[in-house]
Design a protein around this ligand. Structure first.
Ligand SMILES: *Cc1c(COP(=O)(O)O)cnc(C)c1O
Length: 413
C-alpha cells in the first residue's frame, strides 16, 4: 500500500521514546483502544489504590481517615497534580464536581466580575453541556443575559465591548480543531472580556499554556485523557490574580474558609478552595489521584510530538486506503490546528463503528455521521494506526457493516 508499510510502523514503535509507558495501563489483550478521549483506560495502580481506600482507609480507619489519609485535602492535592499538565500553578487548580457543574460556577463567577455586561459568547456545535449550562445560567439570571454563538473561525472578531465572558473548548470534541489559546485570550482581554477555556479534550493530550496565555478560568474532565475512571471528578483553574476576589454562587461548606467552624455565615476560603461546594467522593477522587501517576516523569512535548505523528499517520493511511468508500476527513489537516483525535464522516458511521468495535478497534460514533478515533500517545503506537485503518478498510470493502446487528443503537454511543 503506497509508501507506508506495516514494517515501517513497527520500526517507528521500536524507536518510540514513549513506548515504555504502555505498561502503565491495564489494557485488555487484543484490542486497539482509540476511545481514551471519551473514557480513558485503567492505569496500573488504580485498582489497588481503590481497594486500599475501601479496606484500610474506610473499613479499618473509618472517619479518622479524613485526617490520617488526608482525604480532606484530596481536592487540592489532585488539583496540584493536574496543574503542570495545563500550564498552571499548583494552587490555581482544584478537583471538583463535574465539568458541567464547574462550567456553571466559573461562568457565574466571571459574569459577576463584569458588572453591566451579561453576554456569554461561545460557538454553535460546542459540546452540548457547555451550551446547555450557559442557556440555563442566562435564563436563571434573566434581564438581558444571553448566550450568543458564533462560528469558531469568527470568534475573535465577534468579541465586542458587550461581551462579558467568552467560553470556548480549546480542542473541539468532534473536529479536533485546536484554538490558539494565546491569540484568543488576548482578543477577549482587548475588549475587556474574561475567558473560560474548556480543556476536556486538551488536558493530558496536548500541552496547555493557561498562564502563558494569561487565561482567566478553565475547566476540564477527569475521565478522558486523565484516565480517572467513569464519571471521575473534574477540575477548575482560576488565575492567581482572581483568587482573592472571585465569587462563585454555589457557596457550600467545602468552599468556606473554615468548614469545621460550623458558623452560620458564609466566608469564602481565600484560595482555590472557594471553588469547592460539598464533600468530595473520596473513592472516585482516589482513583483519579492514582491515575494521574501515569503522567509521572512524562515529557508533554514528547507526547505532543507523538500525538501529531500518530494523527498524521492515521490521516495518511485513511487517504491512501479508504478512497472510494465515501469516507471524508472531518479534522484539520494542519497538525498545528489539530488536537489528539481524528474524525471521519461516513453515511453509515454508526454501523461502521459497531463493526470496528466488534473487531477490536474501539473508537466511537458521534451524531450524526462521525467516526471518532482518539490517539493517546502513552499507550497507542504506529502499528496500532496501521491495523486500525486496515480493519476499517476491510469492513468497508466487504461491506460487513451491513450486517443487521451493527445497526442496533444502545443508550450510550
Ligand atoms: C466531555 C465533555 C464535557 C463533560 O461534562 P460532564 O459534566 O463531565 O458530563 C464537558 N465539556 C466538554 C467540552 C467535553 O468534551
Amino acid at each position: 500500500m503506497n509508501d507506508i508499510s506495516l514494517k515501517w510502523c513497527t520500526e517507528q514503535d521500536i524507536a518510540d521514546p514513549l513506548k515504555q509507558y504502555r505498561n502503565r495501563f491495564d489494557l485488555p489483550e487484543g484490542i486497539i483502544y482509540m476511545d481514551g478521549n471519551s473514557l480513558g483506560p485503567l492505569p496500573i495502580g488504580v485498582a489497588d489504590r481503590v481497594a486500599h481506600v475501601v479496606s484500610e482507609e474506610w473499613r479499618s480507619n473509618l472517619v479518622k481517615s479524613w485526617n490520617s489519609a488526608d482525604w480532606i485535602n484530596l481536592p487540592t492535592r489532585v488539583g496540584a497534580k493536574i496543574a503542570p499538565l495545563i500550564g498552571a500553578k499548583p494552587h490555581e487548580v482544584v478537583m471538583a464536581d463535574s465539568t458541567s457543574v464547574n462550567l456553571f460556577k466559573v461562568a457565574a463567577a466571571a459574569l459577576k466580575m463584569r458588572p453591566g455586561h451579561c453576554e456569554i459568547l461561545s460557538e454553535p456545535g460546542n459540546f452540548p453541556t457547555d451550551l446547555y449550562m450557559m442557556q440555563g445560567l442566562a435564563a436563571f439570571l434573566g434581564n438581558d443575559c444571553h448566550l450568543k454563538t458564533v462560528d469558531r473561525a469568527d470568534i475573535a472578531a465577534a468579541i465586542t465591548q458587550d461581551t462579558a465572558v467568552v467560553l470556548l473548548t480549546q480542542v473541539h470534541y468532534v473536529s479536533a480543531d485546536m484554538m490558539d489559546m494565546k491569540a484568543i485570550t488576548r482578543a477577549a482581554h482587548d475588549k475587556g472580556a474574561l475567558i473560560i477555556w474548556d480543556l476536556s479534550h486538551s488536558a493530558g493530550a496536548v500541552p496547555v499554556v493557561l498562564n502563558e496565555s494569561n487565561a482567566d478560568f478553565a475547566v476540564g474532565c477527569g475521565y478522558k485523557y486523565l484516565n480517572g475512571g467513569p464519571g471521575a471528578p473534574a477540575f477548575i483553574f482560576v488565575a492567581e490574580r482572581h483568587l482573592k476576589s472571585v465569587q462563585q454562587p454555589l457557596t457550600g461548606w467545602f468552599g468556606h474558609s473554615d468548614p469545621f467552624g460550623f458558623v452560620d455565615d458564609y466566608l469564602p476560603s481565600d484560595g482555590i478552595k472557594r471553588m469547592l461546594v460539598g464533600t468530595p467522593g473520596i473513592l472516585a477522587a482516589s482513583a483519579l489521584d492514582s491515575a494521574l501517576d501515569a503522567f509521572n516523569g512524562v515529557d508533554m512535548a514528547l507526547v505532543r510530538h507523538k500525538s501529531v505523528a500518530l494523527t498524521d499517520l492515521f490521516i495518511r493511511l485513511v487517504e491512501s486506503r479508504l478512497v472510494g468508500y465515501g469516507v471524508e476527513l472531518a479534522t484539520p489537516k494542519d497538525s498545528a490546528r489539530r488536537g489528539s483525535h481524528v474524525s471521519l464522516t461516513h453515511e453509515n458511521a454508526f454501523a461502521v463503528m459497531q463493526a470496528l468495535i466488534e473487531r477490536g478497534v474501539i473508537g466511537d460514533f458521534r451524531a450524526p455521521n462521525f467516526l471518532r478515533f482518539g490517539m493517546t500517545p502513552l499507550y497507542l503506537g504506529f502499528e496500532d494506526m496501521y491495523r486500525a485503518v486496515d480493519t476499517l478498510a476491510d469492513i468497508l470493502n466487504t461491506e460487513q457493516w451491513h450486517e443487521e446487528r451493527f445497526s442496533k443503537k444502545s443508550a450510550v454511543t
